[in-house]
Design a protein around this ligand. Structure first.
Ligand SMILES: Cc1ncc(COP(=O)(O)O)c(C=O)c1O
Length: 358
């Protein structure tokens, strides 16, 4: 893919950037540039460009605004001690976007072009990648939207793929603290044949009311059960789940209606090497509740790009809760450390997961 570059004439001044990178928060500051490429049935993907970051002008009849034909990705770029900048498994995000695009009837952007787009933007905005102290990173958000001006319900004949980036602070300022989860029994996230495995905005829109319910019950996050039997654990609003058993093996819910997290996949490979055989299978909510009460399940954690690995402290539901755990478990922390050390270049990348950007 040929990419043209037009640099901004008004970059964020160094002094302002230093202030932003000292405490970036999450998703509030955006880098100086953005990447765009457009698709039409006749022209294919064309006009790839890096341009100054700025608002889009969309006709009010633009398809995505009405029927939510859109998909996105979330990944990070990390600065290593020698100032080089690396992405973690960008090809895996690219391949997941291909799967999402098939489900949403969007055109496929080949994984090579996806990675090239990410690299083009991160290279131009390299000064926005924070130093690695405190697990800071540059969050990268590729997304694809239906940009045809048309109100009929059919796949859009004009599609736009973009990449934007935003510096991100440490998810946990004082180390990973266990989170509390609310079990949603009124709302589900996905059904058989639905969009659960795709990374598409509608899944997140539908999770918001359940997340509000979690907050109202004093919990940090919501956990969803399967849409058919309300029996099997699926995932959180934005993270996959893992259960550590007393004999050291770990279990994660099988794929199908959940998002195939890149962190989840990485832990599948990593945990075995750390001496914890992994099973992907159905796990019922009763197995969870009874397991943590009896001691058969010794640790529960969630995982995703944003927080890497997050210990689960408690599960609450209408009328009950599991015993509260106040400290991150040993296996949880071992897996977390192993992953973070690879991402920040402090451990050998024996899996070949890191890709140097610049
Ligand atoms: C619904 C959902 N599940 C799981 C994940 C974890 O995926 P990943 O590890 O690729 O960030 C995410 C985060 O993107 C998510 O939104």
């Amino acid at each position: 893919m040929e990419i043209s570059t037009t640099l901004t004439t008004t970059p964020v001044p160094d002094e302002t950037l230093t202030g932003i990178l000292a405490a970036p928060g999450f998703g509030t500051h955006f880098t100086d540039h953005m990447f765009t490429v457009e698709w039409t049935p006749d022209g294919g993907w064309h006009d790839a460009r890096v341009t100054p970051y700025g608002p889009l002008t969309l006709d009010p009849a633009t398809a995505v605004l009405h029927y939510a034909q859109e998909i996105f990705e979330g990944m990070k770029a990390y600065r290593h001690d020698d100032d080089s900048i690396w992405a973690f498994r960008p090809e895996a995000n690219a391949e997941r976007m291909v799967r999402s695009s098939r489900r949403l009837a969007l055109p496929v952007l080949d994984p090579e072009s996806f990675v090239q787009a990410v690299e083009a933007l991160v290279s131009v905005d390299a000064r926005w990648v924070p130093e690695n102290a405190g697990e800071k990173s540059l969050y990268v958000r590729p997304f694809m939207i239906a940009t045809e001006k048309f109100l009929g319900v059919r796949p859009s004949q004009h599609v736009t793929f973009m990449v934007i980036a935003s510096p991100a602070g440490a998810y946990f300022s004082k180390g990973p603290l266990p989170v509390s989860l609310w079990l949603s029994t009124q709302y589900t996230r996905a059904g058989q044949g639905g969009m659960g495995a795709a990374k598409t905005g509608g899944n997140y829109a539908s999770s918001l009311v359940a997340q509000q319910e979690a907050t109202a019950h004093g919990c940090d996050q919501v956990v969803f059960l399967d849409g058919q039997e309300l029996t099997y654990v699926e995932e959180l609003g934005g993270m996959n789940m893992y259960f550590v058993y007393a004999d050291g093996h770990i279990v994660t819910p099988e794929l199908g209606t959940i998002l195939e997290g890149i962190t989840r996949s990485s832990i599948l490979e990593l945990a075995g090497k750390l001496g914890h055989p992994v099973e992907e299978r159905k796990i019922s909510i009763d197995e969870w509740r009874e397991g943590v009460t009896s001691g058969e399940i010794t640790e529960v954690f969630a995982c995703g790009t944003a927080a890497v690995v997050t210990p689960v402290g408690s599960l609450k539901w209408q009328g009950g809760e599991t015993p509260e755990v106040t400290e991150a478990g040993e296996v949880t922390m071992k897996i977390r450390r192993a992953l973070v050390d690879i991402q920040y270049g402090r451990a050998d990348d024996t899996f070949g997961w890191m890709r140097r950007i610049c």
